[in-house]
Structures are given as structure tokens and as C-alpha cells.
Design a protein around this ligand. Structure first.
Ligand SMILES: Cc1cc2nc3c(=O)[nH]c(=O)nc-3n(C[C@H](O)[C@H](O)[C@H](O)COP(=O)(O)OP(=O)(O)OC[C@H]3O[C@@H](n4cnc5c(N)ncnc54)[C@H](O)[C@@H]3O)c2cc1C
Length: 451
């Protein structure tokens, strides 16, 4: 029988290949992640999980990986979404938090300023963000519920006398928030500037601000880092606004006043491919950890990989990985082609990749036997890093709701999830992988019209 890696290799040939340039960039990132230097940064992050990894981020800046989401005319590398995703996947393979922090610094903040900021905001923030001299954070989630993002309630009220906005309220679960404060960086913040009129969509009346922390910070505080389960090196905080004043000059608004939802939506649509790529890296790592133990540990005088029922589980994990990879490649192609429903493709990719990562990490841990439960093995970290993937950047429910709203069938959505059931027999009614790829290809998003 072929080894699982060979099976993976054969099935991978069905997936659209990356361009030569993307493969080269991926190779550079992979080489860095395999280096003793990266291992040193990771060890620091594990030793101090709630400390911001400044040295690592500065190094990524030197390598050009923080300029990747910024077009050359704004001083960046102008990587394509596929190239950006390749770097995020590789750094996430090294460690979930090591992939998340640069994702926040690129797709959610500097990349957002490059795309949707004013010329002046680009000039003010980007040069120092691509070197990690200034750190960015993205503030959407509020304690009352992240999934209901249109219910944003951080109040920004006009102060005509002083010429600006007075902000009161709280944001929570904000990655990199303290580092943004410590570096005089930037908080990209969704606020409520007016209540929607009766009958008006709740997205109306939101305004999106780029808050410059090198200026006034009076009235702004950041909480102690949350003690979280995984992704060391990506600290998470609350941010409190108490009569915090944002002046009108220089213009702090991204997009239009009261129309900030359009910017939030566009940022998330772009960044969801980044989180899908992060999930791909974590999923691949989980699978490799299983293969590693399978090739070294022996039972009944055979290596685990040579036990057919052990291998069956690895093959199912491989299958989920390939489905996720297919969905992500398709989504990236849609984004690169400027497809009007590319954000829906990103929701599909994020759902598939997050589910694949959790399934693979969990299966991989079980395939280790008891050693999988011991913290000194990498697989415990992989599982701890994976379980948050279906939660942030829109939970599994939020992504499913997007897919159903745009006409996905339940059969398609079900195909994105891992099979469940007995661990020693192949699941029944599992569609061939080619059929799943075809179903993903056949999905042409169309918004449902409310009747
Ligand atoms: C490690 C980490 C990093 C993060 N980084 C950031 C960041 O940098 N910036 C930021 O703004 N936010 C960030 N978040 C917040 C994250 O985006 C939110 O946690 C997420 O959107 C979910 O919101 P919530 O936690 O309020 O859960 P809730 O929205 O309260 O959801 C609770 C449960 O209800 C379910 N649910 C939601 N809608 C429905 C429905 N219609 N029907 C049935 N069930 C439903 C959800 O799927 C979930 O299971 C981060 C979170 C974590 C854990």
C-alpha cells in the first residue's frame, strides 16, 4: 500500500497549482519557518503567550512579509491574495499565533488602510506598519455579541465646538491592541454615529475610524491580556473608551460617515481568505504530526501507518485538507479576478478550512494515542490553536448563513464538513472528492430576494 504522503500527493494533483512566483514566495516563507531563528521566536511565544512578539514581527518586516498586502504605489510589495495566503499558511504551520499576528497587521489593518484609507492615512501609517515599528489592531467585536456586528454600539457623537467626535463604550477580544498602544500605532474602529431610522437596515449609521495612537490617548485604556487557550504570541485585549476625543483633522474616517459598514464588510471579505489560509497551515501541521508519529511508532511489530484502519483515518483527514485547499484556491482566484461574489467564496473557504483544521487536529491527537495528550508533543498545541478557527472572523453559523443567503444548498454545505461515525470502517455515503470539487465549482452565488 502507498504511504499516506503518496496518497496526499496524488490527490493534490487535482487542485489548481500555484504560480511559479507564488511557489517561490511560499518557499521563502517555508524556509524561514523551518529555521532555528523561527524556532527561537516560537519558543519565546510559548514561554510568554500573552507578550506581543515584537522581535518576530520586526524580522517579518525585514523579510518583506509585512508589506505584502500593500500595493507598490503605497510603498508595499503588492503581493497577490494567493501570495499573501501562502505566507500566512506557512507561518501558521509554524504556530497559530505566529500566523495570526502578521495576518492582523496586514489584511485587517495595513492592507485595509492601503485599500480603503485616504491618501493622507496611507502616508501617515503605512511606512511604519510594514516594518512593525507601529502596530495596528482591528476593533469590531463588542461584549454584547460579535456575530451581530451590525449591532455595533460604541458611540461616537459629534462635538462641533472642538471639531471632532467623542467616543464612549468598549470593544473586546482585540488582537494586538496593547501593542498598538505601546507603539503609537493605529486602532481601526467601528462605531455607531447615528441610530438607524425605523425600517432602515441596521448597518446604517456606522462610521469606521482610523485612530492614531501617536496623538491623544486620554480616555482610552487597554485591558490586561485575556488568558486564552491557544495561539501563543497573539495577545488579546479589551479596549475602553471614556469620552475619548477624535479630532476631524487629519481626517480619521475611512469610507464615509454613517456608511462604515461598507468598509468593515470589505475588510472582512478580504481577510477571511487570510484566516482560511491560517487554518490551512494549522490543518497541514496536524496532518504532518499524525504522519510523523505513524512512521515512527510501532504496534504489533508494524508502524502505525501500516495498520489499515489507522491509515483510513489519515486518508479521511487528507481528504478534508484537500477539500479546504480546493475551496481556498477557488476563493483566491475569485478575489484576484474581482468576482462580484468573491466574499461568498471566502466564506465558503473559511468554513471549509476551519472545519478541516479542527477535525484534523483532533483526529491527529487521537492517532497519537496517550502521547497526544501530553503537552510536550506539538499536537496538543496544534489542537489548541485550531479550535478557535470556527469562532473568529465570523463563526461557523455566520459563514453558513452567508452561504445559504447566497443560494448554497444544504448538500454543498454538508460536504464541507468532516465525516463522522465509526473510526474503523469507511463512512457510508461519502461522496468522491471529485464530486465535492465539482459541487464547489458549480456554486454560483446569487443573493436571495426577500419576498
Ligand atoms: C483569539 C481571538 C482573536 C480575536 N481577534 C479579534 C480582533 O482582532 N478584532 C475583533 O474585532 N474581534 C476579534 N475576535 C472576536 C471574534 O471575532 C468573535 O469572538 C466572534 O465574532 C464571535 O463573537 P462572540 O464571541 O461575541 O460570540 P457570539 O456572537 O455571542 O456567538 C455565540 C454563539 O452563538 C452562535 N450564533 C451566532 N449567530 C447565530 C444565529 N443566527 N443562530 C444560531 N447561533 C448563532 C455563534 O456561532 C456562537 O456559537 C477574536 C476572538 C478570539 C477568540
Amino acid at each position: 500500500m502507498a504511504a499516506p504522503q503518496e496518497a496526499l500527493q496524488r490527490s493534490a494533483e487535482l487542485i489548481p497549482q500555484e504560480s511559479h512566483d507564488t511557489l517561490q514566495i511560499r518557499g521563502l516563507a517555508r524556509e524561514f519557518v523551518a529555521s532555528p531563528e523561527f524556532a527561537h521566536y516560537l519558543a519565546d511565544a510559548i514561554a510568554q503567550p500573552n507578550a506581543y512578539p515584537y522581535a518576530y514581527m520586526r524580522r517579518l518586516g525585514e523579510l518583506g512579509f509585512l508589506a505584502m498586502d500593500i500595493p507598490p504605489e503605497a510603498g508595499g510589495d503588492g503581493f497577490t491574495p494567493s501570495q499573501l495566503a501562502a505566507v500566512i499558511e506557512e507561518t501558521s504551520y509554524g504556530g497559530g499565533g505566529m500566523g495570526l499576528v502578521p495576518t492582523v497587521q496586514t489584511t485587517l489593518t495595513s492592507g485595509a488602510i492601503a485599500r480603503w484609507g485616504t491618501e493622507e492615512q496611507r502616508t501617515r501609517f503605512l511606512p511604519d506598519m510594514i516594518t512593525a515599528k507601529r502596530i495596528g489592531a482591528f476593533l469590531l467585536t463588542e461584549p454584547r455579541g460579535g456575530s451581530d456586528a451590525k449591532g455595533t454600539n460604541l458611540r461616537a457623537v459629534r462635538d462641533e465646538t472642538r471639531g471632532g467626535w467623542v467616543v464612549n463604550g468598549e470593544k473586546t477580544f482585540i488582537t494586538s491592541a496593547r501593542a498598538a498602544f505601546e507603539t503609537g500605532g493605529v486602532l481601526l474602529t467601528a462605531t455607531r454615529t447615528r441610530q438607524p431610522e425605523p425600517g432602515e437596515d441596521r448597518e446604517k449609521g456606522m462610521t469606521f475610524f482610523a485612530i492614531d495612537l501617536s496623538e491623544n490617548t486620554e480616555g482610552l485604556t487597554v485591558g490586561q491580556p485575556f488568558d486564552k487557550l491557544g495561539q501563543p504570541g497573539s495577545p488579546l485585549h479589551q479596549v475602553f473608551f471614556k469620552d475619548y476625543f477624535i479630532p476631524d483633522e487629519p481626517n480619521p474616517v475611512m469610507g464615509e460617515v454613517d456608511e462604515g459598514w461598507a468598509v468593515v464588510e470589505a475588510i472582512l471579505a478580504h481577510s477571511r481568505n487570510g484566516i482560511a489560509a491560517q487554518a490551512m497551515g494549522i490543518a497541514r501541521r496536524g496532518l504532518d504530526e499524525a504522519i510523523k508519529i505513524g512512521e515512527t511508532r510501532a504496534l504489533y511489530e508494524r508502524h502505525l501507518v501500516d495498520l489499515p484502519k489507522w491509515r483510513l483515518r489519515v486518508e479521511l483527514m487528507t481528504r478534508q485538507l484537500l477539500i479546504a485547499q480546493y475551496a481556498l484556491r477557488r476563493s483566491l482566484a475569485m478575489e484576484e479576478a474581482g468576482h462580484p461574489y468573491a466574499p461568498v467564496g471566502a466564506s465558503l473557504a473559511k468554513l471549509a478550512a476551519a472545519e478541516a483544521a479542527v477535525y484534523i487536529a483532533n483526529q491527529s491527537l487521537r492517532l497519537h494515542g496517550g502521547s497526544g495528550y501530553i503537552n510536550e508533543y506539538s499536537i496538543t498545541q496544534v489542537l489548541k490553536d485550531a479550535v478557535v478557527l470556527p469562532i473568529y472572523e465570523g463563526t461557523d453559523v455566520v459563514q453558513e448563513n452567508v452561504l445559504y443567503h447566497y443560494g448554497a444548498t444544504q448538500d454543498l454545505v454538508d460536504m464541507l464538513y468532516a465525516p463522522s461515525g465509526s473510526v474503523t470502517r469507511p463512512p457510508r455515503n461519502l461522496p468522491p472528492i471529485e464530486e465535492v470539487f465539482a459541487a464547489i465549482d458549480a456554486f454560483e452565488p446569487q443573493p436571495k430576494v426577500d419576498k
